[in-house]
Design a binder for this molecule. Structure first.
Ligand SMILES: Nc1ncnc2c1ncn2[C@@H]1O[C@H](COP(=O)(O)OP(=O)(O)OP(=O)(O)O)[C@@H](O)[C@H]1O
Ligand SMILES: [Mg+2]
Length: 251
């Protein structure tokens, strides 16, 4: 941890208050949520906490619930973004108990790849002051990946709290490397991130905590080399023909 950087996060821990809920109902029936209810709190890193896990393992459900629990719009944006195009968020955010550190974040933003188009539209609607934050250019006039990098460069400030759901969805491998460098710079400037990702490039960020959600819902801290997206990508790239024989030829 560099000089002058907080050693505890704005968010220190998340816990699920499940006393009066039906654990057979969605979202409480998801294995990862059931597991969270059994844990005596899941610590969050002062810098970057990544969540990895297969499609459908519950990463977005958790990150979205965290966004709601800390006062952000479930469809993405900051506290100023109060639009709803289609309300699909689960009720999990109402049951997440967040343990705050001493300091409060200077700014907050929830970036979810799947609804960033709507956030861009809302940015235009909020008018010139909001557009000025984005360098005076509407995110609609930038490519998907460019608009993500602009967002992090121009709208993410020191000492901010940022939740990202699959930022790599819009990014090329080089774009992922740019975002990796931005994550490093911003954490050195006191920012805290919680990121759901499948990107072996982003996961390489030094000093980050990686939680992997297993099929049975277990949420375990893993090293970079143990993380599933890293292992699987490495194995595939080392021997694509072996995978292709299995995947396509059915051998
Ligand atoms: N409204 C809903 N009712 C019931 N089940 C739902 C609802 N919304 C999502 N789910 C289920 O919850 C599970 C977790 O979804 P979630 O979007 O959190 O997964 P994820 O880990 O983010 O996956 P991905 O990597 O594909 O983004 C999925 O199996 C999904 O089908
Ligand atoms: Mg998801």
């Amino acid at each position: 941890m560099r000089k002058g950087v907080r050693t505890t996060g704005f968010l220190r821990e998340l816990r699920l208050a499940s006393n009066d809920v039906d654990m057979a109902e969605y979202p409480f029936c998801l294995p990862a949520v059931t597991r969270l209810a059994q844990l005596d709190g899941l610590p969050l890193a002062p810098g970057v906490t990544f969540f990895v896990g297969e499609n459908g393992s519950g990463k977005s459900t958790l990150v979205e619930a965290l966004a709601v629990a800390v006062g952000m719009n479930p469809e993405g944006g900051s506290q100023n973004y109060r639009f709803t195009t289609r309300s699909t968020e689960s009720v999990l955010g109402d049951y997440l108990v967040v343990k705050w550190g001493i300091d409060k974040p200077r700014s907050r933003f929830f970036l979810r790849a799947e609804s960033y188009y709507n956030v861009a539209t809302q940015t235009e609607r909020l008018g010139p002051d909001q557009l000025a934050v984005f360098g005076g250019v509407s995110p609609h006039e930038r490519s998907h990946g460019e608009s993500f990098v602009d967002l992090m460069r121009l709208r993410f400030f020191p000492n901010g709290l940022y939740l990202l759901d699959e930022p790599e969805a819009a990014l090329s491998p080089r774009g992922c490397m740019t975002v990796l460098a931005l994550l490093s710079d911003l954490t050195a400037q006191g920012c805290q991130f919680v990121v759901a990702t499948h990107s072996p490039i982003l996961l390489a960020l030094p000093g980050a905590t990686i939680y992997e959600i297993a099929e049975d819902g277990d949420i375990d801290e893993v090293t970079y080399d143990q993380a599933l997206p890293v292992r699987l990508t490495r194995d595939f790239l080392a021997e694509p023909d072996r995978y292709l024989r299995h995947l396509i030829d059915g051998e």
